[in-house]
Design a protein around this ligand. Sequence first.
Ligand code: GLN
Length: 566
Amino acid sequence: MTPASYPTSRPSATDDDRRHVVVTGGVVSSLGKGIVSASLGFLLKERGFRVTLQKFDPYLNVDPGTMSPYQHGEVFVTDDAAETDLDLGHYERFTEQNLPGRNCVTSGQIYDAIIAKERRGEYLGKTVQVIPHVTEEIKRRLLNNARDLDAEINIVEIGGTVGDIEGLPFLEAIRQLRLELGRERVVFIHLTLVPYIKAAGELKTKPTQHSVRKLTEIGIQPDILVCRSEMPLRDELREKIALFCNVPREAVIEGVDCETIYQVPLMLHQEGLDSMVLSILRTESHRDIDLGPWEKMGTMIREPAREVEIAVVGKYTQLADAYKSMNEAFVHAGVANRVRVRIRWVESGNLEAEDFDEHLKGVHGVLVPGGFGVRGIEGMVRAVRWARELEVPFFGICLGMHCAVIEFARNACGLEGAHSTEFDPTSPHPVIDLLPDQRGEVAKGGTMRLGAHDCDVEEGSTLWKAYHAERIAERHRHRYEVNDAYRARLEASGLRVTGVHPERGLVETVEVSGHPWFLACQFHPEFRSRPRKPAPLFRDFVRAAVEYAHGQRELPGIHSKAGGGR
Ligand code: GLN
């Protein structure tokens, strides 16, 4: 599979031409390895290279699909139905290309493959060991990925932090890779933290020195250090890091905190990261880099003309990473509408109290995102009713659509006790239910309706106005669906079904007739949103919020103050 967004004028690369950039992290987690990798991917792509990005996660889960968002944040879904680490979302957004699920590899997958092979007797009597069998499998996946996607540069991010026991096989594998392919084909970037110690009034380099020493102990000498820090590194500090960590001074790249993640590529470019990578790999840009359009987009994010406020009613509102792609989709939609979208996080449980509307008052739109489990559902249903009756723009995604249908069934169709069988298996009106093929014992991992599915769009609907297409495809991750047995009753009361799956007739979107903007979809449009190509439904929902704010005379001047937003 060759991504359509590759430059097509050049012939395929040969295996000898393919290069690998390996990104590791030290000192602490959450330094932004994913953003740095994605940013480098963007810069190299802008320089005309065919780039792909791969994430290796050392945990033993086969994929993050079975993990709570509290563990690793959102589960990102690819077109080809894989449940992956949220870093794949960053890679897709920055490089503006879709990635296959195989670009997210876990130790669980590696061991799964090795054990299956062992059971088939393919190791021919050998003792199966971490070295060489696990390391060979890691290298195989890395090399195959570059070859199968015809990438000239494969950026490989190793999850976790140097020093983690479970990360060792990956580090050993990349050490061997460098030995086998040489320095001109494998470059090591190491991300570290240079903390500021208030009491001393100084930035400290020791954690970086220790982390690099840990790497060199296992035979990896990083070529480039990206030093994350709250403030710029002075020259002496760069020199000190260079000396102690055995890298040239120019290879000490400063990574200060940016106002938005979309500034990171610009900063890294200014610091010379992309040219340094190319010079180590002894290759040259295929074209001059023009960051003008990207810069313009960044300016729009930082200096919008106005602001709207959207309530996001969910149950993981304490953890922004749980809704990563949605947050980014709002940023992209904000750029398209020249506004900043400020998110008001509303814990759905709080809407179960009498004075629930206090939590919603003043917002210009309500979004109920995807989720699992019964906690907070009644609060979400209340938020839907509030938005529907007060004609506040409403957007429901996946579980949000289930809540919208439940609310409409109960309060507009008079179907008392209407519910989803996910939350009330004995509901007299199961308006949301499992598909027949999901009934019975179903294993949890990888068994949902996943990945991109087609949806036929009804002309003239809000959905149609957003996409201007008869057929669209968006990504799914769910088990429950609108129950077809109730469709006619819902429609008779004014719930329009405007999107359906072409072959199976499944309800993909619903809209409320007569409401200025009320749309709920079974799919997750946020996964395909790009900074310069926002998800059409997010774009139009934000536009509706802007119009609503105008109608309330709230927009001019009032909400144009700076700050906030995500
Ligand atoms: N819990 C619901 C289901 O499984 C919705 C899932 C979601 O919102 N992603 O169908």
